[in-house]
Design a protein around this ligand. Structure first.
Ligand code: ATP
Ligand code: MG
Length: 156
């Protein structure tokens, strides 16, 4: 948990929702326990769409993946272990996140975090940040890799 300098980044064009879902699937194929992906972007940016792609890849089959807007966390048991899909939009204060067991999940599960800003900077140092922004009718994804993620960025 410390401030990091960006070491590597790239931008990927996502012309439609299928492209966002596809980027999620590629990420879901490449993650394992202990991997953390932070998904930021405004309301409707495509964070949950990307997460659903990653969940589908993690489970190896299409999966009904409800947005964890109200439950804050949805977990998925796949062949590679547990995946946490987290939406912190409704988190009242950063410390409440630890009651969810998030710190343990960072270590033992693969984690997809929507609204990571709600943690007030208390994020793992090894992580992939994905920022989604409007781009014409579609979106763009800016990926910033920290720590071990740097070596994986080129293959996404
Ligand atoms: N690349 C894209 N181009 C156009 N539309 C997209 C793209 N990616 C996702 N969308 C669409 O944007 C809408 C919002 O997506 P989504 O629910 O994933 O956003 P979100 O970031 O999770 O929003 P929230 O912050 O409210 O949870 C959906 O209708 C989805 O199909
Ligand atoms: Mg969402």
């Amino acid at each position: 948990m410390s401030t990091q300098t960006a070491s590597d980044s790239r931008v990927i064009a996502l012309p439609d929702a299928a492209a966002t879902h596809g980027l999620g699937r590629r990420l879901g194929d490449r993650i394992g326990p202990g991997d953390v992906i932070c998904l930021s972007g405004n309301l409707g940016a495509g964070k949950t769409t990307l997460a659903r792609g990653a969940i589908e890849a993690w489970m190896g089959r299409p999966e009904e993946a409800p947005s964890p807007t109200y439950t804050l966390v949805q977990t998925y048991d796949g062949a590679r272990g547990e995946l946490w899909h987290v939406d912190l939009y409704r988190l009242k204060q950063p410390d409440d996140a630890w009651e969810l067991g998030l710190e343990d999940a960072f270590a033992s599960a693969a984690c997809l975090i929507e609204w990571p800003e709600r943690l007030g900077g208390q994020l793992p140092r090894d992580r992939l940040d994905v920022e989604l922004k409007p781009e014409g009718e579609g979106r763009s994804a800016s990926l910033t890799a920290y720590g071990a993620w740097r070596a994986k960025l080129g293959s996404i």
